[in-house]
Design a protein around this ligand. Structure first.
Ligand code: DGT
Ligand code: CA
Ligand code: CA
Ligand code: ZN
Length: 582
């Protein structure tokens, strides 16, 4: 089943392809009109398709209605697949450059053979683009600049960057007399690993004054749009921020709507319709023209009231991705999500002995200050020479130092000695078992030979997990968000192996990693695999990254029972010994 949003995208893509093909403008417009018509269609989309009512909409003819129904009901459209096969796959990326529409892409493709942004950049720089009819030197320069801007900002930002500016914005409104409620919304509130833009929502009786105050936020670079109840700005850091202003009684509806996700909201609107109600960003009201007698609408002052009215338990924002949360909320089976204050310790942290910036003692004192009961030190092993990995001698010296230092702390805080041991190319570990046996635990990670095939990489990692001294698998895909793709690995197989071998999987809380990805934790948890949330701190400040790990863990449906950092020291030590003693 395809959603309305996916269908709109399909229609727009077809229109673009027809444009490159040079089809007649009426035919192209039929597809763009149909996309527009769907955008404003607020009824239950799957039902309308199933009942063949899409063709009755203004702007959608019979032929396109048939295509929509084929696409939605079978998940694919034969017409589109054939059309798409006529062009190189990469050609779509050209449309992401501002200023390039179908006509220009057609000219670039047919006359210069350009099918990627990289090829476009070369041709714009060597003068070929400027010579094309309808382009000229100015257009070529604009294209070069647009490509450079795009390179600088892929258009998305790390959750950590978004948090800085979201917090600042909320702070900017702190104590403002006209603010009666304020909350971030959008992907930031849902704790996504990357953020397209910031969404801030304010309830007030004085929209004008609120917008005025928003535009005085010092880090604004320029104002993109300004209306009576909304404004969009570009911050100097490159992040866009959208402000929405509503009345107090509209706040719960607007907050739900602008928190999203779109997919989650679509299902909520469908549930409202079943009661004869219409749900939008301002209210829950009787559906106009509904044949049903609407159920009475309860009083709604909070998001929780809204969910209750729809027959659902309150769904925390992190879960609102239409990944089964609505069914669970209906049955009262939502997990009791983990919280930051449930964490008693962490396992994967570095010191200046390898590539960290703080000493063992500084790291320990900071963790103690944070209120943690234990801090695990896992410096790099010798094969990670670029990170000053420890050899056997310096590792054993560190074990000794930790033992000494622990005497200085009260019984309510302990340092644990571990290692982040490289998984070598063939799945062997960087240290022999006799060395690993002297540590409290071992985090095993891949740091080199990223280009193995998926099969080989999966085998390599599973082999490492089969070692009884490997307690935790570190950052399982090696991804660096917005800069390095994950290596090829079959996470479903890895999760199975973790279950079979009793290995814990890391949720690396560094905001550049957030690895293993939240989408896999539900599966891991169902298989009984436990999680370790690790900041992978390379400095005292890095310990704060646990916040991002908690967001990702919540998105992965994890509770305190699923996460070993929530165990008391003695229980945790028992757990760490379990695998090696088995
Ligand atoms: P982002 O900014 O790309 O990381 O993702 P979001 O989820 O923050 O998306 P954004 O900023 O475009 O919109 C914020 C929320 O507003 C989104 O999660 C759901 C809601 N929303 C925006 N546009 C639409 C729409 O066309 N249809 C529906 N149903 N909801 C929308
Ligand atoms: Ca957003
Ligand atoms: Ca937005
Ligand atoms: Zn690592």
């Amino acid at each position: 089943m395809k959603t309305k949003e996916q269908t709109i995208e399909l229609l727009e893509t077809i229109a673009r392809l027809l444009e490159i093909k040079g089809e007649n403008p009426f035919k192209i417009r039929a597809y763009t009109n149909a996309a527009r018509a769907l955008e404003t269609f607020s009824d239950n989309f799957p039902a309308a398709v199933a009942e063949n009512r899409i063709g009755e909409l203004d702007g959608i003819g019979d032929a396109i209605a048939k295509k929509i129904s084929e696409y939605v009901q079978t998940g694919a459209l034969e017409y589109f697949e054939k059309l798409q096969a006529e062009f190189p796959e990469t050609i779509f990326e050209l449309f992401e450059i501002p200023g390039l529409g179908g006509k220009k892409v057609k000219a670039l493709y047919e006359q210069l053979g350009i099918k990627t942004i990289a090829e476009l950049e070369v041709a714009a720089k060597d003068g070929r683009v400027a010579e094309l009819a309808g382009f000229g030197a100015k257009t070529a320069t604009n294209l070069i600049q647009a490509i450079e801007r795009r390179r600088k900002h892929s258009g998305r930002f790390l959750l950590s960057d978004a948090k800085i500016w979201s917090d600042e914005l909320v702070e900017h409104f702190q104590g403002h007399p006209d603010v009666s409620q304020i909350s971030p919304g959008g992907s930031f509130r849902r704790g996504r690993e990357t953020i397209g833009d910031l969404d801030i929502l304010i309830a007030t009786k004085q929209p004008e004054r609120i917008i005025e105050h928003f535009l005085q936020f010092e880090p604004i670079d320029r104002v993109l749009a300004r209306g009576e109840t909304k404004a969009s700005v570009l911050l100097k850091c490159g992040i866009q921020a959208d402000l929405r202003v509503v009345a107090n009684h509209e706040f719960p509806f607007a907050l739900g709507y602008f928190t999203g996700s779109k997919e989650h909201n679509v299902v909520l609107r469908g549930r409202a319709l079943q009661n004869g109600w219409t749900l939008n960003e301002y209210r829950l009201g009787p559906e106009p023209g509904s044949k049903k007698v609407p159920k009475p609408i309860p009083e709604i002052q909070t998001e929780a009231d809204l969910y209750r009215a729809l027959g659902l338990a309150y769904i925390p924002p992190e879960l609102r991705e239409n990944h089964g949360e609505i069914e669970a909320a209906e049955k009262g089976e939502l997990p009791n999500l983990i919280e930051l204050q449930n964490l008693r310790g962490t396992f994967h942290n570095h010191t200046s002995e390898s590539d960290g910036h703080n000493t063992l003692r500084e790291m320990a004192e900071a963790a103690n200050q944070l209120g943690l009961e234990y801090l695990g030190i896992a410096d790099h092993s010798k094969s990670s020479f670029q990170a000053h990995g420890l050899d056997e001698k310096s590792l054993l010296r560190q074990v000794e130092q930790i033992r000494e230092l622990n005497k200085a702390f009260d019984a309510d805080f302990q340092i644990l000695s571990g290692i982040e041991c490289d998984i070598l190319r063939d799945g062997q570990l960087d240290f022999p078992d006799e060395v690993l046996a002297q540590l409290d635990y071992v985090v095993a990670s891949v740091h080199a030979s990223f280009t193995l095939s998926e099969k080989e990489m999966t085998k390599r990692i599973i082999r490492a997990m089969e070692n009884r001294f490997v307690t935790i698998l570190g950052h399982p895909t090696g991804r660096l968000l917005l800069s390095r793709e994950p290596y090829q690995v079959d996470l479903v197989e890895i999760i199975k192996a973790a279950q079979a071998t009793g290995t814990v999987i890391e949720l690396n809380a560094n905001p550049r990693r957030l690895d293993m990805d939240w989408r896999y934790w539900k599966l891991a948890k169902e298989q009984g695999v436990r999680c370790a949330i690790n900041p992978d701190a390379h400095s005292v400040r890095g310990l704060q990254d646990l916040w991002f790990g908690i967001k990702a863990a919540r998105k992965g449906w994890l509770t305190r029972e699923d996460v070993i950092n929530c165990l008391r020291l003695t229980d945790m030590q028992k757990l760490l010994r379990k695998k090696r003693d088995s």
